[in-house]
Design a protein around this ligand. Structure first.
Ligand code: SF4
Ligand code: SF4
Length: 391
């Protein structure tokens, strides 16, 4: 990317003047070359940590220099990086496609709308085609996967026209979601997706802390050659880094994001992961851990982070939701809290929160949900605090 264009991009994104190219190059040198792994059984090798379309432009630039070659949410770029446009075949660019006429719970899967959306995005971004067409949020249940093939039909039409190459999805959990009757867990749906054999890889929630069902799915995916990319991996790491008391006792020589990167890329069976970052310095801190073994300090850090997250951070499992007499979208509300508290993206969190049919101030503090939360989170208190932050 030319310096002039780089500055324009950063200013347009409201990020102020970016660091000079030498800082970018220095950042890339500190991170080094990221190792790559096969994505499932495909012939494609991708960096063990992938990049995202919502990163700051200077972090994208440094990521390219460090060998990141898979970009999640590439349709979010306001100006597609020149370095990618000029070397298009060296990068795998993924587009996230949402349900239409509603949100991820109420919206519909619509072949023609998805087809048109992707076609326009390929033109708008200048990318010409997307490598990976991702069904954002995924299916509500196994029955929906089997019966509703509209997303797959849209993909097949686009593939024939050379506008997409690979089919994938990001899968959330819908079990216990009172607004999605018959909803099932991400692990149940993903297991059926692997058996169905049409999708090539998936993104799903994965972070430190025990989650036996997801680990079982990851092991199955490995056996079957189905690709796996973890998302929403920094479970509370952002707020931990800002919590002085927590950081006082943190092991020397590592940081929450650095330990997370080492853990994700060496101690799990995942093919790759995405870690949300928002600056060049965070890129260096985090991505310099990619593919490197956990040291004693990192192991200790992960243990401390797990204990902290288990007390403070919702894991978006949905287990409380069907028991709420107010039918509150608890997991969505606490997901937006994570965007603000961990990613520092309060504007996005507020925008999404404003779109909810029911907000946290509808909580009547009846405490019914408490006993259903595996983490025993103080849900009514957290909802009230989130409403103060985002309402
Ligand atoms: S305390 Fe609030 S969130 Fe929990 S069940 Fe009662 S109304 Fe729903
Ligand atoms: S509040 Fe608890 S039960 Fe509800 S989604 Fe979060 S972690 Fe799961």
């Amino acid at each position: 990317m030319e310096r002039r264009e780089f500055i324009q991009t950063a200013v347009a994104a409201g990020l102020g003047l970016p660091s000079g190219p030498s800082e970018i190059e220095q950042a890339a040198r500190k991170v080094g070359r990221l190792p790559r792994r096969k994505l499932g059984n495909s012939a494609r090798e991708i960096s063990v940590l992938v990049g995202a379309g919502d990163w700051a432009p200077e972090a994208v630039e440094a990521g390219i220099l460090s060998g990141i070659n898979f970009w999640h949410g590439a349709d979010e770029w306001q100006r597609t990086p020149q370095a990618i446009l000029q070397n298009r075949e060296a990068h795998y660019c993924q587009i996230s496609v949402d349900r239409v006429r509603g949100n991820h719970e109420t919206g519909q899967i619509d072949e023609e709308a998805h087809y048109q959306f992707l076609k326009q995005a390929a033109k708008r971004t200048g990318l010409r085609y997307f490598d990976d067409m991702q069904f954002h949020f995924g299916y509500h249940s196994v029955a929906e996967l089997k019966k509703n093939r509209a997303f797959i039909r849209a993909f097949e039409r686009l593939k024939k026209e050379g506008l997409v190459r690979h089919l994938c999805l990001s899968q959330h959990s819908y079990d216990g979601n009172s607004r999605v009757p018959g909803g099932q867990s991400a692990a149940e749906i993903l297991t059926a997706v692997v058996q169905d054999g049409l999708y090539e890889h998936a993104q799903f929630l994965y972070s430190y802390g025990e989650d036996a069902a997801t680990n079982e799915f990851v092991a199955l995916a490995k056996r079957k050659g189905f690709g796996t990319i973890a998302m929403k991996t920094a479970r509370g790491a952002g707020r931990m880094a800002q919590d002085r008391d927590f950081m006082k006792g943190f092991p020397a020589g590592t940081t929450p994001y650095h330990a997370l990167a080492r853990w994700l890329t060496t101690r799990t069976q995942l093919d790759a992961a995405v870690i949300r970052i928002n600056s060049l310095s965070q890129f260096v801190d985090t991505y310099s851990g990619a593919g490197k073994e956990l040291r004693a300090a990192d192991s200790q850090a992960i243990r401390r982070m797990t204990a902290y997250a288990d007390q403070e951070v919702c894991r978006l499992c949905n287990q409380c939701m069907s028991h709420c007499p107010q039918r509150l979208p608890i997991a969505d509300i606490l997901r937006y809290e994570r965007y603000a508290a961990d990613y520092g993206d309060t504007a996005r969190a507020r925008r999404l929160y404003a779109q909810l049919e029911k907000q946290a101030d509808s909580c009547i503090a009846c405490s019914t949900c408490l006993s259903y939360c595996p983490q025993r989170l103080r849900i009514p208190d957290k909802l009230a605090a989130t409403h103060r932050l985002l309402g």
